[in-house]
Ligand binder design. Structure first.
Ligand code: PLP
Length: 372
């Protein structure tokens, strides 16, 4: 079975370097923050082309840390996409603010800036843009909107480390950016991990304080915060993996191109991911649309290829947000995406023959579903 990730194979590629890094931490006697975290912060900020990075516990907490450092809290609104992993919305709630949802552009699955503008109120403090599936959102228009209304633009880069828009990397496209290093992400560690990245040294300093229970000095807590620290073990593993990341992005992109070539024109009912003329898509997922995606997924499984639905439910429709009172039909593009999306294997550890297998399985599955 070819699945959406093969983490053991990914580890095997550079196991010597990763295991040496882990051993270095285990023998160091420093198990909270310290030099490995500091070194990773410098190296990752350099990789993004930003001034500062703050290593944090995971990509969900990274959003909370960024919002709290920006001073976003109770009474404030944060405009975000209706179509993302639920951590995006729940982080806004955890920061004490209210998520205000906007619809997506169906071609890119990212926030529709025109719909964002309709949702701005005097209480809006930030726009939280997700670079979904590895494609950078339209931060040109979102940045202009943020500037016009004096809002922060927060990038949720959980799925898009290394992605670019007009030659600029994610992490530098807004006020502050949040990353996840969950193992199955394009750049993953071997547990939970995350980072906040910014050009603004004052914000970086505030985020470092929010990360340690909002402490501005020993036993002095002037800021909201929590235990949001990145473990040095994960920082060391990320340092071992970062130098290989560009090569892995190139392989993901080559796999995506092979899938695109192999599937173009095969079915009138299949919608392939849009070209990435605006920048560099890192293909955290290769996500297609098909009106019978559940049947397509079942047929693919029969042909030895795994697939996943990211995401079947619009975030505003989740029960925990029922008090916001959203009704079906309010986010038409998101609802259509939720009904039709299917992600198929594209990861960098796929061999060339496996990519060919995915294409053949898709062609066979589409023939079955389209004719049946
Ligand atoms: C868009 C998005 N935001 C936030 C997160 C949360 O990251 P983590 O799982 O590291 O908390 C994820 C992870 O799946 C994600 O995909």
């Amino acid at each position: 079975m070819i699945n959406l990730a093969n983490l053991a194979r990914e580890h095997a590629l550079h196991h010597d370097e990763i295991e040496a890094a882990a051993l270095r931490v285990l023998r160091s006697g420093t198990y909270i923050l310290g030099p490995e975290v500091e070194a990773f912060q410098r190296e990752f900020a350099d990789y993004c082309g930003a001034r500062a990075a703050v290593g944090v516990s995971n990509g969900s907490d990274a959003i909370v840390v960024a919002l709290q450092a920006l001073g976003v809290g109770p009474g404030d609104e944060v405009i975000t996409t209706a179509f993302s992993y639920f951590a995006t919305a729940s982080a806004v709630v955890r920061a004490g603010a209210t998520p205000v949802f906007a619809d997506i552009d169906l071609a890119t699955f990212n926030l529709d800036p025109a719909d964002v503008e309709h949702r701005v109120t005097p209480r809006t403090k930030a726009i939280l843009a997700v670079h979904l599936f590895g494609r950078a959102a339209d931060t040109d228009r979102l940045g202009a909107l943020a500037a016009k209304h004096n809002l922060a633009l927060v990038e949720d880069v959980a799925q898009a480390a290394g992605a670019e828009r007009h030659g600029r990397r994610t992490g530098t496209l807004g006020t502050v950016a949040t990353f996840s290093f969950f193992p199955a992400k394009p750049l993953g560690c071997d547990g939970d991990g995350g980072a906040c990245v910014t050009h603004d040294p004052v914000l970086a300093d505030l985020m470092a304080k929010v990360r340690v229970t909002g402490a501005t000095a020993k036993n002095v807590h002037d800021l909201p915060g929590g235990n949001y620290r990145l473990a040095p073990l994960q920082a060391a593993i990320l340092r071992a993996k970062l130098p290989h990341y560009e090569g892995r992005i190139a392989k993901r992109r080559a796999n995506a191109e092979a899938l695109r070539q192999g599937l173009r024109g095969v079915s009138e009912r299949l919608v392939l991911p849009a070209d990435d003329a605006d920048g560099r898509h890192v293909y955290a997922q290769f996500t297609v649309r098909h009106p019978q995606r559940d049947a397509l997924s079942a047929a693919l499984k029969k042909h030895g290829v795994g697939s996943e639905v990211y995401y079947p439910v619009p975030m505003p429709s989740q029960k925990v947000l029922a008090h916001l009172g959203h009704a079906p039909g309010e986010f038409a593009n998101t609802e259509r995406a939720c009904a039709e999306v299917l992600s198929i294997p594209v990861h960098s550890e796929l061999g060339d023959s496996e990519v060919v297998h995915v294409v053949e399985a898709m062609r066979a599955a589409l023939a079955e579903v389209d004719q049946g």
